[in-house]
Write a new protein. Sequence first.
Length: 209
Amino acid sequence: MQRPVRLGVLISGSGSTLQNLLDRIAAGTLPAEIAGVVSSRADAYGLERARRAGVPAVTVARKGHPDADRFNDALHAALEPMNVDLIVLAGFLSLFQPRARYAGRVMNIHPALIPAFCGSGFYGDKVHDAVIASGVRVSGCTVHFADDQYDHGPIILQGTVPVLDDDTAETLAARVHALERELYPEAIRLWAEGRLRIEGGRVRILPAA
């Protein structure tokens, strides 16, 4: 039997995505284990979720480093002893640099259909407010391999939800989050099965063996 994929999960807030992964691993539906959690904020509730699950967790505070490069030096140092196979960005609000070590091994999920409503400054309700204000009729979420730009890199999976006439950021977010809870574990599962191949700027999903 193939060993579970070792995940390093990067968070900045409540850790709801982390909890979703923990729950699916516990249920036996996701062939993974969380090797460690790194938070960019010491007050992130996700750290408490990790503690309750017995998962090693550390804080690498963004405000404690003068620039993105130094911050990423510290992130890589924190990840080194965890020996992770795949890094999962789970509401991580700072820019993570995969560098050579993790190239093609970092996933992110964004609560909109990339390349729309994404990039620096588009996070949380700001995304959903912009979607509603634009008048588009569909939104959704995107799982992609992350590179050294915000919300950029080859797309793995996308799913859509309707945007309703009476939507608020909160009601739209609820539908998008429900979709995220399904798509992110599925993308990780595909990676664990060796079924994702990056070809240029696109991801090819290979058939099941």
